[in-house]
Design a protein. Structure first.
Length: 87
């Protein structure tokens, strides 16, 4: 039987249109003009793409704004994370 953590990861993978390994460059920040900086947002440089919607194009090397899920730990600048996101 899969553990709860395995089930949660499987659900994240199934729902995500972008799965990336990225390095956090700013916290409580946004690089999107239409999205004001606030707690719960990070800007991260995409180091590798594991899955991406074709609509996103090539995002490797780009900085993107990511809204963290409620209850997600607060990453620090320089942390590398795997992000499961929707565009």
């Amino acid at each position: 039987m899969p553990t709860e953590a395995v089930r949660e990861t499987e659900e994240l993978v199934a729902a995500a249109s972008l799965i990336s390994k990225a390095t956090v460059t700013r916290v409580n920040a946004s690089n999107e003009p239409s999205v004001p900086s606030r707690a719960g947002l990070v800007v991260a440089r995409v180091d590798a793409v594991l899955r991406a919607s074709p609509d996103l194009g090539d995002v490797v090397g780009q900085e993107i704004t990511i809204e963290l899920a409620s209850g997600h730990h607060a990453p620090k600048v320089g942390d590398q994370e795997i992000f499961y996101a929707n565009d």
